[in-house]
Design a protein around this ligand. Structure first.
Ligand code: ADP
Length: 413
């Protein structure tokens, strides 16, 4: 089955076409036939499409909205120049999977999209005002351009965390805020953490209930997930992705009283302060230079910039703090796994996060940590380490494709 996986972000559309079925999934031989990205939807967009091992297209063109973006993807898929293996017309796409950011309490697993589901995604709009509307526009655009009979499936970034117990997801504020406004911890990056759980299970040849790991997704956005018995038990992002670790431009955990204090002292509105915490804080806020970890590491090494060094140290300390907290919550873990742009690619950051964790049972092998190509899947702890450490590159698209296959083939039966 050829599956179009679509990720409509707040101003971009990413896609992959993945060929998968039961045999491929069992043999882990699912194949990415093509992928692409349209950035700056709503203006002069940057388009880059690539058919695996064949063609590649890069251009700037005005793309007004998500409908035009999906149309541009469809045109490319059908054009003879794209040369995508097995795809000649839109009828060679058998189902579409959408990464939907927020499923609220309504969607605890992936689901075939119909009118009710669309309304449900709309109902969660307040919880993800930038992302859920973009996801809905993507769903409608696919229906218009690929036809109403093509199965579309929603895979939610919050769903993996729906197994968190109340003790993990409730905030200790008056209970009626949960009852009336659904204020609770939802968690994000669920599809990425689910992939890590799935991949770890395959690599170790164990059953799901034996997957007791801590997954660290470290990228521009970062989160940690305590996975117990293959299920999310706790995670660092909360009501919104602002909670938890230090991120590229997000503060992560802070004392909420700071908000009132800044408002009072600086005359800033609540909206301005929340925007500052989301867009001007984190690595960027502390360093005053950049939100990009690779650039910060270069600054630290070349210019010995004090604040670049401080930003990285705080990032690593907070990650280590969550590892410690989750080890305590879970009563120990078998492994910790690093993923995301920083987690999979930076031996230095992995080393700095794990420094001093030896008494807790985790010893990195510095050779294995530094060896290997960028993002290469491998063990990076010593053979004696009681808790193992792994690098596993993120692959959210694969989880979405397999979910789509599962639901779309069940629909057919
Ligand atoms: P997003 O959360 O937007 O998907 P990514 O997972 O791609 O982001 O992560 C982007 C981050 O990964 C950036 O801070 C980038 O500097 C960092 N990164 C990528 N490669 C490396 C590397 N080799 N060393 C250190 N950081 C890296």
């Amino acid at each position: 089955m050829n599956i179009l996986v679509l990720n409509c972000g707040s101003s971009s559309v990413k896609f992959q076409i993945i060929a998968t079925d039961e045999t491929r999934a069992a043999q882990n031989s699912d194949e990415c036939l093509a992928k692409g990205l349209i950035e700056r939807v709503g203006g002069l967009a940057l388009i880059s499409f690539e058919a695996a091992g064949r063609s590649c297209l890069k251009e700037d063109a005005p793309i007004r909205d998500y409908r035009e973006a999906v149309k541009r993807i469809a045109q490319w898929l059908e054009s003879p120049q794209s040369e995508i293996q097995g795809i000649r017309s839109l009828s060679d796409i058998h189902a579409v999977g959408h990464r939907v950011v927020h499923g609220g309490e309504k969607f605890k697993s992936s689901i075939v999209i119909d009118k009710d589901v669309e309304n449900g995604i709309g109902d969660c709009m307040d919880l993800a005002p930038l992302h859920n509307p973009a996801n809905l526009r993507g769903i409608r655009a696919v229906r218009d351009i690929f036809g109403a009979t093509l199965p579309q499936i929603a895979v939610f970034d919050t769903a993996f965390h729906s197994t968190m117990p109340e003790t993990s997801y409730l905030y200790p504020i008056p209970y009626h805020f949960y009852r009336r406004l659904k204020i609770r911890r939802y968690g994000f990056h669920g599809i990425s953490h689910q992939y890590i759980a799935m991949r770890y299970q395959t690599l170790m040849g164990v059953s799901p209930h034996e997957v007791d790991i801590i997954s660290l997704h470290l990228g521009n956005g970062s989160s940690v997930c305590a996975i117990k018995g293959g299920k999310s038990f706790d995670t660092s992002m909360g009501f919104t992705p602002l909670e938890g670790l230090v991120m590229g431009t997000r503060s992560g955990d802070i004392d909420p009283s700071i908000i009132e204090y800044i408002s009072h002292k600086e005359g800033m509105s609540l909206t301005e302060i929340v925007a500052m915490l989301n867009r001007e804080s984190g690595l960027l806020g502390i360093s005053g230079i950049t939100s990009d970890m690779r650039e910060l590491l270069d600054e630290e090494e070349e210019s010995h910039d004090r604040r670049a060094h401080l930003a990285i140290d705080i990032f690593c300390l907070r990650a280590r703090r969550y590892i410690g907290a989750y080890l305590a919550e879970m009563g120990g873990a078998k492994a910790i796994v690093f993923t995301g742009g920083i987690g999979a690619n930076s031996p230095q950051i992995r080393g700095r996060i794990c420094a001093g964790l030896e008494p807790l049972g985790l010893t990195l092998d510095s050779g294995k940590n530094s060896a290997g190509s960028l993002g290469e899947e491998r063990v990076i702890s010593t053979p004696e380490s009681r808790i193992q450490a792994y690098v596993i590159a993120a692959n959210e698209e694969l989880v979405i494709a397999r979910e789509v296959f599962r639901l779309a083939s069940a629909e057919k039966r």
